[in-house]
Design a protein around this ligand. Structure first.
Ligand code: SAM
Length: 265
């Protein structure tokens, strides 16, 4: 029997690495700063390492958990009036069914973290802030600036919708079983509607995907379906540069230019 996990056998397919380091747990809960009456949803509560101290701060939590064994344990650990359990896949969960002004938190299963971030981006206007633990390498990509190796589609698309900050790293030894890689905590705060200046967010996604699709190619090549020589000139963008040199504002300007000047794409 695995004593640290209370006899639970960690399931790899659900990305189960459970937090056991009390100092790290304290630091994460302090970063989330739960207050009485706040609407908070925890994705993947697992064995409750964060759930229980969060409950001490806010009194009630929504949780979304896929593993039925863990759900049964949570029901034993937490009085029913303190926790609303949504059994199922967070990737399919309708976060609009929860109260708005929501805090979303979780030590996210690494195998689904990127699609989950994109799924959550659809609910950004209902969310006050999100605080997640992810692989450090993913957090570095989320907050990356232009002209760095980590800069790419994930960072640009999330930075369009959220203000993001990396808070601190978490070493593998803080978990059971220990993952192979270092993790990090990231805070994401949705931007106000007036900061979302792109007229067609879908087109923005396509332009960004094209620009980073072949990183070694120039924009003249990668954006050839979107910008001709006149377009590069009008936007003041060098067609000989590569995607990683473009700022978020450049990508928005390209998408807006295409939306305003060209046939539907
Ligand atoms: N919060 C716990 C902790 O910090 O110790 C557990 C974190 S563990 C990295 C990820 C948790 O997410 C597990 O409880 C796992 O069962 C759950 N999970 C995995 N895939 C999920 C999914 N698609 N939807 C909801 N929960 C999921």
């Amino acid at each position: 029997m695995n004593r640290a996990l209370d006899g639970h056998q960690a399931r790899k397919r659900f990305g189960q690495n459970f937090l056991t380091d009390p100092n790290i747990i304290r630091k994460i809960v302090a970063a989330i700063a739960p207050r009485p009456g706040e609407a908070i949803v925890e994705i993947g509560p697992g064995l409750g390492a964060l759930t229980q101290p969060l409950l001490a701060g806010c009194g009630h939590l929504h949780v979304v958990e896929i593993d039925r064994d863990l759900i049964a344990r949570l029901k034993d650990k937490c009085p029913p009036e303190t926790i609303t359990i949504h059994a199922g896949d967070a990737l399919r969960f309708d976060f609009a069914s929860l109260p708005s002004d929501l805090k979303v938190v979780g030590n996210l299963p690494y195998n689904i973290s990127t699609p989950l971030l994109f799924h959550l981006a659809d609910y950004a206007e209902r969310v006050r802030e999100m605080t997640f633990m992810l692989q450090k390498e993913v957090v570095d990509r989320m907050v990356a600036a232009p002209d760095t190796e980590a800069y790419g589609r994930l960072g640009v698309m999330l930075q369009y919708r959220f203000e993001m900050a990396k808070l601190f790293d978490v070493p593998p030894g803080a978990f059971r079983p220990a993952p192979k890689v270092t993790s990090a905590i990231v805070r994401m705060i949705p931007k106000k509607a007036d900061a979302l200046t792109c007229s067609d967010a879908r087109l923005l996604g396509k332009v960004v995907t094209a620009a980073f699709g072949q990183r070694r190619k120039t924009l003249r090549n990668t954006l050839r379906d979107y910008l001709d020589a006149a377009g590069f000139e009008a936007l003041g963008i060098d067609p000989g540069a590569r995607g990683e040199t473009l700022s978020l504002a450049d990508f928005v300007a390209i998408a807006n230019y295409c939306a305003a000047t060209a046939e539907p794409r």
